[in-house]
Design a protein around this ligand. Structure first.
Ligand code: M6R
Length: 369
């Protein structure tokens, strides 16, 4: 059942091309237009949405943070992302024109379920992005957009994360086309580009040997930092979460722009820092700003482990290691850049002789508060 792999997590990491491809399957009609039959909220109701609030926990919340960048860009609808356990005990500003999107692999996470109930009581429309058919959260939501990642057994979420990003992008493109924004017209093009991602993940997975070696020689690390910017910021936090869960190593993800506001004080000689570099095509010169960050931390002795697109030579002078990912447009990059971080955490856990699939103190679905 592990498909020849030593652990479920390794199998699930290798399932990721299918998780993305299957989640894309059947979402467009013969003319390439988005067709979302499972969405039982009327088009008029969706056109009237004035705000989107994404509620989720853990990895699913990081998928939501990635989605915010894309959905706001494409739809021009303001998107908030909130941890479900914070949302449920607040008095959030929600009305019938708010679309509350929950993201959950299991569909049984108590905090997320309670957030959905809270949103319904406040009059919001609710959409569930979920991987488990017939689970509680989709049953209680007005509409559901299933991710098709297949069963995820390992406690650490991997393929569900990629499928969640994919599904929330589909939702964003659908809303953009309904509302007739400029990006709505590009929906077919983005969908076509998304369709190329599984092949790129496949290719990326064939060259993870160096990441494995790095994990093995870093097995004694006491702390690892992760820096990212734009959609790379939630990816940095996801990389840190994987390492905490799987290898019990202190890890933190930061927005690269925050460095000077505090975290750079942590940099001392030998401190390992993963940096997720935005694609050179990203707007506002963010690529060059992150390259400068790498230079700054390297000058203070950090060991820089740089995740950068193929052909990006700017990073080379400041990188102790360069991990290459295939080229994509900036908003799709998280579907690739997170993969080496998952593989790193998996091998570091293995190198330490830990239980990859069942890390201590954790449950696959958190059905209590
Ligand atoms: O089933 P859910 O997606 O609702 O679970 C949410 C989190 O509990 C989950 O992502 C958790 O953070 C994972 N262990 C992360 O690897």
């Amino acid at each position: 059942e592990k498909g020849g792999y030593a652990t479920f997590m390794e199998k699930e990491i290798n399932d990721q091309p299918h998780a993305v491809a299957d989640t894309l399957l059947g979402r467009t009609d013969s003319e390439g237009r988005l067709a979302l039959d499972e969405l039982h909220i009327s088009e008029d109701e969706l056109r009237a949405v004035t705000k989107i609030v994404i509620v989720a926990c853990g990895t699913a919340a990081y998928a939501g943070m990635v989605a915010k960048y894309a959905i706001e860009h494409w739809t021009r609808i303001p998107v908030e992302v909130e941890l479900a356990h914070e949302f449920r005990y607040r008095d959030p500003v929600i009305d019938e024109h708010t679309l509350v999107v929950s993201i959950s692999q299991s569909g049984e996470t108590m905090d997320t379920l309670m957030a959905v109930r809270h949103a319904k009581e406040l009059g919001a429309r609710t959409v569930s992005i979920c991987n488990t058919h017939g689970s509680t959260i989709p049953r209680e939501s007005d509409a559901v957009l299933y991710t098709h990642a297949g069963p995820e057994i390992a406690v650490a979420s991997t393929k569900a994360f990629l499928a969640q990003i994919t599904a929330s992008y589909i939702l964003g493109l659908y809303l953009a086309s309904l509302r007739g924004t400029a990006y709505g017209e590009d929906a077919a093009q983005v969908m076509a580009e998304l369709a190329t991602v599984p092949g790129k993940i496949e290719e990326l997975l064939t060259r993870m040997d160096r990441v494995k070696e790095i994990a093995y020689y870093m097995a004694d690390s006491r702390s690892v930092l992760f820096l990212g910017r734009h959609v790379g910021y939630p990816v940095a936090m996801e990389g840190a979460l994987k390492l905490k869960e799987l290898a019990y190593i202190h890890a933190e993800g930061f927005a690269a722009g925050e460095l000077k506001h505090g975290p750079i004080a942590l940099i001392e000689p030998g401190q390992p820092v993963f940096v997720i570099v935005p694609s050179p095509g990203v707007e506002h010169g963010l690529h060059d700003k992150v390259v400068s960050n790498i230079q700054e931390i390297r000058a203070r002795g950090a060991r820089t482990l740089v995740i950068a697109e193929e052909g990006d030579e700017d990073v080379v002078p400041f990188a102790d290691e360069v991990i290459r990912v295939p080229h994509t447009s900036p908003l799709l990059a998280p579907l690739l850049t997170v993969v080496p971080l998952q593989v790193f955490a998996l091998h570091l856990s293995t190198a330490k002789g830990l239980d990859v699939d069942q890390p201590r103190n954790l449950a696959k679905s958190v059905t209590v508060e």
